[in-house]
Write a protein that binds this ligand. Structure first.
Ligand code: LLP
Length: 388
């Protein structure tokens, strides 16, 4: 039996749990929609935000679809190159780039550095001089636009560490004219993640329009605008909404952003591309009777999927091997931390030792954020196309 989007449970005996299971067919379908919807506008370029999931097999599928890639570390650039992404489709962001990471980008002639401060620009310039190269730069601006999402994952507010404050932009551009091995090609923004309200992106567009007017007045010409990522997904109903709403997302920018002639618009989408295709599959070790509740103790923990513990994030939890009537459980992991809880008061089909539980919508910020705390083994990954 293959449960759509979850795991072929009949072959589970062979595998050690917990494990990540990826529905690669869904990933391919999602990428098709991303391409179809973004290509309605001929100057749109989508980069996959590799931070969401850098699993090499998945990266190859993303690369085959033609997307570029957005990296935030030297390790991510290496992972992208290993998966065959061409370096002229790599953008490199990050508030703290080390010299070796900048050099890696320069050596590979990446498309663009998204830079965030004057000291960083000075270092990129020096390293570029040493190599006799010119680095293309998009300045990451902190647009001071609030996104309706969890406070840990909003990034575009004044108090966040990211980006150049709007009031400093003029000065930064003046300094850049003295840094001869840098070429200013664009502006970069990112307001947060898991955003479902398109009015947040409208607000971003309004801010970019204002800025472009100011820069026109200053005579600054830009080749590109990069609006980052952040489109959210339906964690509550992954089966009803396996593919996020890309059409209104791209349309929002088309309707609200005033592009200049010849400018291209770049996106860095992570979660929306990779999230729904992944599930964390775990086995029930024990069902323990508490005083007022029952605990389903599973073999996956916060080391395998940290989002519930770190952000109180919701993941749909299903018992995929039981048909029995539902009962209420706290679903918890084996890690020695009280925060190692996947869900409280969750309705699951009556659960017993050995049952298989799927934690859904775990393709983004799941496997990549796994740790070995408690000396645990990192979870393995399996792909639906291997079971056809
Ligand atoms: N571009 C930049 C500059 C970013 O900082 C991010 C995400 C993205 C693109 C991709 O955003 P997405 O399309 O995936 O929303 N670990 C958290 C999410 C952190 C997001 C960090 N930045 C979570 O598990 O929800």
């Amino acid at each position: 039996m293959i449960t759509k989007g979850t795991f072929p449970t009949d072959i589970l005996e062979e595998f050690r749990t917990p494990l990540y299971y990826y529905n690669t067919e869904l990933l391919r379908d999602t990428l098709d929609v991303v391409n179809n919807e973004s290509k309605k506008y001929d100057h749109y370029h989508v980069h996959y935000a590799i931070k969401a999931n850098a699993n090499n097999n998945l990266l190859k599928i993303v690369r085959e679809s033609g997307l570029g890639v957005d990296c935030v570390s030297g390790g991510e650039i290496q992972a992208a190159l290993k998966a065959g992404f061409s370096s002229d489709k790599i953008v490199f962001a990050g508030v703290g780039k080390s010299d070796w990471e900048i050099n890696l980008g320069l050596d590979n002639n990446i498309f663009c550095f998204n830079a965030e401060s004057i000291p960083e620009l000075e270092v990129i310039n020096e390293l570029a001089i040493a190599k006799g190269k010119t680095a293309a730069i998009a300045l990451r601006i902190n647009p001071n636009v609030a996104a309706n999402t969890h406070h840990y994952i909003t990034t575009g507010l004044k108090e966040n560490k990211f980006g150049i404050d709007l009031s400093h932009l003029d000065h930064v551009i003046d300094v850049m004219t003295t840094l001869k091995n840098l070429k200013l090609i664009g502006l970069h923004f990112h307001i947060g993640s898991q955003i479902l309200d398109m009015s947040d992106f409208e607000a971003l567009c309004a801010r970019i329009n204002e800025l472009q007017d100011q820069l026109d007045a200053k005579g600054v010409k830009l080749e590109l605008i990069n609006v980052g990522g952040g489109l959210g997904i339906d964690y509550e109903q992954p089966d009803q909404n396996p593919i996020p709403n890309f059409a209104p997302y791209f349309e929002t920018f088309h309707k609200n952003l005033k592009m200049r002639a010849g400018q291209s618009l770049h996106f860095e989408l992570g979660r929306s591309i990779i999230c729904q295709c992944g599930s964390l599959i775990t086995k029930v070790l024990y069902v323990k009777e508490g005083v007022n509740k029952k605990f389903a103790i599973v073999d996956a923990g916060m080391t395998d999927l940290i989002r519930p513990a770190l952000y109180q994030a919701y993941h749909k939890i299903e018992n995929i091997t039981s048909e029995a009537e539902a009962e209420v459980y706290d679903v918890v992991g084996p890690i020695c931390e009280s925060s190692d809880i996947f869900g409280k008061d969750i309705e699951l089909n009556k659960t017993k030792r050995g049952d298989i539980i799927a934690l859904r919508s775990a393709g983004a910020y799941g496997e990549i954020m796994a740790s070995q705390y408690n000396c645990r083994t990192l979870p393995a990954a399996y792909y639906s196309e291997d079971f056809l």
